[in-house]
Design a protein around this ligand. Structure first.
Ligand SMILES: CC(C)(COP(=O)(O)OP(=O)(O)OC[C@H]1O[C@@H](n2cnc3c(N)ncnc32)[C@H](O)[C@@H]1OP(=O)(O)O)[C@@H](O)C(=O)NCCC(=O)NCCS
Length: 173
C-alpha cells in the first residue's frame, strides 16, 4: 500500500480476473486509488449507488445539502475508490464521538470481489481512529449476505442480542 497523507490518497493493489482476447482467463493487478470526495462528485456518487443497488435517501440524509452539511463538520468522511480514474466505490463515515459508523458502502458491480470494500473499510477505520474512535459499527440488513461476510472478514462481530430501534420524522429522512 502506498500512501500520500497530505492529499489523503492511498493506493492499493487489487486483482482482477479478466477474459483475454484468446478467451483465456488472466489475473491482472491494478492500482486502486482511495481519496476524499466532495459534493462536486455528487452526481457520480448517486449514479454509483444506483448501479450498486444500494438503498439511499436522496430527499433526506443523502441529499446534496445534507451531505454538504456532513462534510462541513468532517470533510474527510466521504471517500471514493477509483480505478483508472473511474469512481468504483464509496463510503460515508459518521461519528457521534462515542462510536464510528460505516455507511453507504457500495462498490460498482463490475469491480466487486477485488478487495475494494475491504480497503474502504480499512481506510474509514484509520480516519475514525484519528478522531479518537475505538468502536466501529455498521448496520446491515439481514438479507445482505455479501455485506455480512465482508464485515465479519474485517473483524466485525455480529450481534444477535441487539434490536435496532429508530424514530423518524418521515420516511424520507
Ligand atoms: C457488499 C459490497 C460492498 C462488497 O464489495 P466488494 O468490493 O466486492 O468486497 P471485497 O472484494 O472487499 O470483499 C471482501 C470479502 O467480503 C466477502 N464478500 C464480498 N462479496 C461477497 C459476495 N457476493 N458473497 C459472499 N461474500 C462476499 C468475501 O468474504 C470477500 O472476501 P473474498 O473475496 O476473499 O472471498 C458490494 O457487494 C456492494 O456494493 N453491494 C451492494 C451495496 C451493499 O450492500 N452495501 C453494503 C451495505 S451495508
Amino acid at each position: 500500500m502506498r500512501k500520500s497523507e497530505s492529499q489523503c490518497i492511498i493506493y492499493v493493489r487489487t486483482h482482477y480476473i479478466l477474459r483475454t482476447q484468446r478467451k483465456a482467463w488472466a489475473r491482472v493487478s491494478v492500482f486502486m486509488k482511495i481519496q476524499k470526495l466532495t459534493t462536486k462528485e455528487y452526481d457520480e456518487i448517486v449514479k454509483l449507488w444506483s448501479r450498486a443497488n444500494l438503498p439511499f435517501k436522496p430527499q433526506g440524509r443523502d441529499s446534496m445539502d445534507a451531505l454538504r452539511a456532513q462534510l462541513k463538520a468532517n470533510p474527510e468522511f466521504l471517500l471514493g475508490a477509483f480505478v483508472h480514474n473511474h469512481l468504483v466505490g464509496t463510503v460515508i463515515m459518521s461519528c457521534d464521538t462515542r462510536k464510528g459508523w460505516i455507511n453507504r458502502l457500495a462498490v460498482d458491480p463490475d469491480h466487486r470481489k477485488s478487495g475494494i470494500a475491504k480497503a474502504l473499510i480499512a481506510e474509514s477505520e484509520r480516519i475514525l481512529r484519528n478522531h479518537g474512535i475505538r468502536i466501529f459499527c455498521a448496520l446491515i440488513e439481514d438479507y445482505n449476505v455479501a455485506s455480512k461476510k465482508l464485515f465479519k472478514e474485517c473483524g466485525y462481530v455480529e450481534h444477535h442480542d441487539i434490536l435496532y430501534f429508530s424514530k423518524r420524522d418521515s420516511d424520507e429522512v
